[in-house]
Each structure stands twice: as C-alpha cells, then as structure tokens.
Design a protein around this ligand. Structure first.
Ligand SMILES: [Zn+2]
Length: 478
C-alpha cells in the first residue's frame, strides 16, 4: 500500500514516473488528496565497494551524482544567511543566541553566522559525514555532532534551526518537523531550503530531481501543508532558482489570543466539550475487561505518533516505579508506533487500541490521573478538555498551547523530559486535588449552546455580507 507521507491518505496516490537508471527500483507517486509528490524504493542501493575517488564523492553527496540542482550548497547557504540577517534586522525583538544547523555539510552557513554574530551566538552543527565536517569538527567555535539527526541528543533549545537540502532525503519528513518542534524555542525560526519542484519545467531537469536519493519533492503548497500539520506556520517564503526556502515559526493558539497576525476576517469559535453524564452504560464491564478498578490507574488517549511523545510518557512512568497501571487508548501503524508498543511491553501497561463511546467514557471517568505528553503546539488538546470534564487530575507537557488551560503549576512537566514527567507524576499521585474549577471553566469556555449561538451569528453575518455585496465574505479559519 502506498501511503502519502504528508496527508497519510492510503491508496490514493498515482504512479507518475520511474526515474531513468534507478538502482533501487524507485517509483515516483503523486497524492490525489494533497498533491504531494514522493518516491518509494523497492530495493536498497548497494554501497560503493571500491576505494576509488568517484565512489567516495558519491558517498559524501548522499551517494548521488552532482547535478545542477545539488551543486553549490555554499551559494544556497550564503543566500539563506543573508535572508536570516534581513529577518533579524526587520524583527529587532528576535534575538539570536543559539543556532543549530541540522546538516552543516562543509560548514559554510555556520561560519557565516559565527563571523557575523561572533561570540553572541552559540552554534551547534549536525553532519552525518565526518569527511564533510573535517574542516570545522575540532573548532572551538562550534559544537559538532557527527551522526544522523535522529541520534542527536537534545540538550537545549535553539532560536534558529536550519535545514538545507536535507528534508527531501527523508522517507518520513514528519520526523524532521517533529525533531524541530522539540529543539526550537517557542519564538524560534525553522528555516528549510529544499529543491522546488515548481521549477521543474524541462524534461532534461527530471533526473536532477527524480534520482535515487530524493524521496520528497516539495512545492510551497505541500511544504506549507506539511508544516501546518506539524504545528508550524510559514513566515516568509522565497523561491529563487531551483530552491524553495521557507522561514517557519511554531504556530500556537496564542497567536490568536495575542491578536498577532489578526485579520479582520479571522473568527475563532472554540471547540465544545460535552457535560458528563454520570450513568455510563456497562461501566463495570469495561473496567473488568482490563482488570481495572476506580481511581486505580493512569490514563491517556491519542494516536501513536511522534508528536504525542508517548516515549517520554512511558519512560517517565517506568522511571516513577508506580505500581498502578498505565492505560493508553489509541494506536498507530508506523515505525514510531512499533517503538511505542515495544516500550509498552510491561505487564502494568495496557494498550487498548482505538476505543470509543461507552468504553472510552468508562476508562476516562474512572482514571486517577490523565496524561498528555505531546510536544507540538497545534491547538488546545480536546482530550485534555475531556479529561477536565471528568474532574480528573491532569499531567501534561508545558508547551504554550497546554499552558493556556487554567490548571495548577503542578499539572505541568517539562516537555520531552521523562525524569521531570516522573517527578511531577509522583507528586500528583501523592497529593489529592480538587478539580471542580475545571468543570466551571469548561461551562464558560467550551459550552455547546454558546458555540451554536456563535456559529449561528457568524452564518448570519456571512449571509448578510453576501446579500449586500453579492460576493462571499472572505473568512480565515484558525
Ligand atoms: Zn497526500
């Protein structure tokens, strides 16, 4: 089955090309849901076996021949550096102290940053190939990690994270955004430079894009779509030559609350949460099904995806050595979800799979503490609102979007930090909480009757606008 790496749609992608001379039986697909173009490989490339120079050169350039699209990383990084300087001049409040280049190659970008900002910045660099980093790996100016992005240990957050001609090589580009989300400061920039498929207009150019080591082919729309899914918003978009460069920033509902980027057509209607019915059908049956009793277990709900960071939750739970069970409802069908399931192979952790209706309500209503460890700033998490409606104690990550909720400080742990999760969990577990304020907050802010009234009023203004101007009223959804 072919699954679109951006929108996850299954079997809705059409094969559109087979690269000439592919050594890995590569095929190029286009998704009919979101228009993303991506490749799949059927076999693995054989690594260069000889010691000859050509093999080495191929190796250091991700095993690909040099082509016009790939050549001249210095030119790309120089332009991106100029863009960053302009951005910092335009946004004087944006202070650059910590910079991470996620694929630093020969170090052109980091050297420019160091020359310009000097000792005011700390620069970290990640480069998989030691041969590429040989000139700067031992420099006192940079902290260099030789290895793959996924093996880089995140010890701090950065104001600027830069990725130049790297994202298109990932089978799962969501991983890179997920990494960025964890490593970027809340107002930080994520700068991505990728080949722009919109510049592909000659047949001769085909093989510069569609070769064995490009797995994603982005255009402004699809890259923006991917970023939105991962909680980022595009601040600046540059299309120059064959490059697409986008400056992303994490998007949060705070953007709305702070009236930032507010347009006159932006209208927010909050989501509703149902007031709880005390009589859940077959409640005891469902508790028995998982051998649970009232207030004797921890509970979480969500898809098993990277942005939910269940790994931190499970590691934190195991680290706490609590004897109560951890119940996680949800599932997934990715490499990450397999990792979660493996990690959860403990007799005290129950994975229920996807559950709905009375079964889900029964598990919500009898839990002792509700847990949420997500690292992505997308929107106020509905599952937490639901947990609040059951008067549960709640432990959730301290990302901005979670902090909008009126919960006590003790309800938050440092996102991505399993030890802090564990410490906070033990505290919550041992200290009883009165959570009744949560219900009145929901009644005031997430009440279905008010939402229906607001929606009705909005529709009326749209219709009145259309009747007056004979054109649909432009609206921005958030
Ligand atoms: Zn798609």
């Amino acid at each position: 089955m072919i699954i679109c790496p951006i929108c996850d749609s299954q079997s809705n992608s059409e094969k559109i090309y087979k690269p000439r001379g592919t050594l890995v039986d590569m095929e190029v697909f286009m998704c009919h849901e979101c228009s993303h173009i991506f490749s799949t490989k059927k076999s693995k490339a054989s690594k260069p076996t000889s010691d000859n120079i050509q093999a080495k050169i191929q190796k250091i350039s991700c095993d690909a021949d040099y082509t016009e699209v790939r050549v001249g990383k210095q030119q790309m990084t120089d332009k991106d550096f100029d863009r960053l300087v302009n951005y910092s001049i335009k946004n004087p409040d944006f202070v650059i102290k910590d910079v991470l280049d996620t694929c630093s190659a020969r170090g052109h970008f980091i050297e420019k940053v160091k020359n310009y900002w000097g000792d005011d910045v700390n620069i970290d660099a990640i480069e998989p190939d030691p041969y590429m980093a040989v000139k700067y790996v031992d420099s006192d100016n940079f902290k260099v990690f030789i290895g793959e992005l996924e093996n880089y240990e995140i010890k701090k957050k950065f104001d600027v994270v830069y990725s130049c001609h790297s994202l298109e090589h990932y089978k799962n580009p969501i991983k890179v955004f997920s990494f960025a989300s964890k490593v970027i400061n809340k107002n930080g920039l994520f700068i991505i430079n990728v080949p722009n498929i919109m510049t592909l207009d000659t047949y001769q150019g085909f093989d510069e894009y569609f070769y064995d080591y490009h797995l994603q082919y982005f255009c402004p729309n699809t890259l923006t779509l991917l970023s939105q899914k991962m909680g980022f918003m595009a601040e600046e978009i540059y299309e120059s030559g064959s490059d697409l460069v986008i400056f992303f920033r994490k998007r949060t509902v705070l953007d709305y609350n702070n009236n930032k980027r507010k347009t006159k057509n932006l209208h927010l209607i909050k989501n509703g949460v149902t007031q709880r019915d005390c009589n859940i059908k077959n409640e005891q049956y469902y508790l028995d099904k998982y051998c649970l009793s009232e207030k004797s277990y921890l509970f979480s709900v969500g898809r098993f995806t990277e942005e939910k960071d269940l790994v931190t939750m499970i590691n934190g739970y195991l680290f706490s050595k609590l004897k109560v069970k951890l119940v996680i409802a949800g599932d997934g069908d990715t490499e990450y979800s397999s990792k979660v399931k493996k990690l959860a192979a403990s007799k005290n952790i129950i994975l229920t799979g996807y559950i709905f209706g009375d079964e889900l309500q029964s598990l919500f209503s009898n839990a002792k503490i509700f847990l949420l460890s997500s690292t992505h700033e997308v929107a106020a998490p509905i599952t937490v609102l639901e947990a609040m409606s059951y008067n549960l104690s709640i432990l959730l990550s301290d990302i901005d979007v979670n902090q909008i909720l009126p919960l006590e400080n003790s309800s938050y742990f440092s996102a991505g930090d399993y030890k802090d999760f564990s410490k906070s969990l033990l505290w919550l577990f041992n200290n009883e909480h009165d959570n009744y304020n949560n219900v009145s907050y929901l009644e005031e802010n997430h009440n279905w009757d008010s939402i229906a009234n607001e929606t009705h009023a909005l529709y009326k203004t749209i219709i009145a606008y259309r009747n007056e101007f004979n054109t649909p009223k432009p609206l921005t959804t958030f």
